[in-house]
Design a protein around this ligand. Structure first.
Ligand code: AMP
Length: 212
């Protein structure tokens, strides 16, 4: 099964990608995660990525498309994959269509801007292991401390309020048109992404079962 997850930043794509990956035994290709790993590694490519992500801007298409094309060559992608965070604009979608023959479904997770702002500005991650938390929906056992490795929790620079607004602006201008692009191809399914994680997974599963 080849799936694309669309939706605003903070719509819960990453969480649903993890769950669907377990359910259907297919890997996640998460461009945001790959980019963050490169930044953490301190490589020169990572430094370049950081200059975009810190401002809430997209990393240039050419770099991201090359990264995805390389990842798709790996054996574990043969029986399918879940794309989380890619494609992010029409140009990336066109480039992606040259990399694979077809996609089974595009799940578009729909949330309001207000929800996005609430979800993203409350997010915290562990400075060492990257484990995700949320001040309201998933607080750590001890305030400010990672449950797993006891290091301190930080706010990702791109989750700071002013950057979240910029990411939303970029989402509306660059990424949102992709839902029409894939709707015209008859493979886009809208998922109302308000509710508990489990409720949203059930909606996604029900939609996929109908389609496949
Ligand atoms: P995400 O975790 O998917 O919201 O991604 C975090 C940041 O990584 C984004 O704000 C972008 O700067 C960058 N990024 C992730 N995926 C892409 C992509 N497909 N194209 C360009 N930039 C991306």
């Amino acid at each position: 099964m080849k799936l694309i997850l669309l939706g605003a930043p903070g719509a819960g794509k990453g969480t649903q990608a993890e769950i669907l990956s377990g359910l259907y035994s297919i890997p996640i290709i998460g461009t945001g995660n790959i980019i963050r790993e490169a930044i953490r590694s301190g490589s020169s490519e990572g430094e370049e990525f950081k200059s975009y992500t810190d401002k809430g801007l997209l990393v240039p298409d050419e770099l991201v498309c090359r990264m995805v094309a390389e990842r798709l060559k790996k054996d574990d992608c043969k029986k399918g994959f879940i794309l989380d965070g890619f494609p992010r604009n029409i140009n990336q979608a066109e480039e992606f269509s040259k990399m694979v023959d077809s996609v089974d479904a595009v799940l578009n997770f729909v949330v309001t801007d207000e929800d996005v702002i609430k979800r993203m500005t409350g997010r915290r991650v562990c400075a060492s292991c990257g484990a995700p938390y949320h001040l309201e929906s998933k607080p750590p056992k001890t305030e400010g401390i990672c449950d797993i490795c006891s290091d301190r929790l930080i706010q990702r620079k791109d989750d700071a309020p002013e950057t979240v607004l910029e990411r939303l602006r970029v989402y509306h201008t660059e990424t949102e048109p992709l839902s029409d692009y894939y709707r015209e191809k008859g493979i886009c399914i809208e998922i109302d992404a308000v509710g508990s994680v489990e409720e949203i997974t059930n909606k996604a599963k029900a939609a996929l079962e109908k389609l496949l």
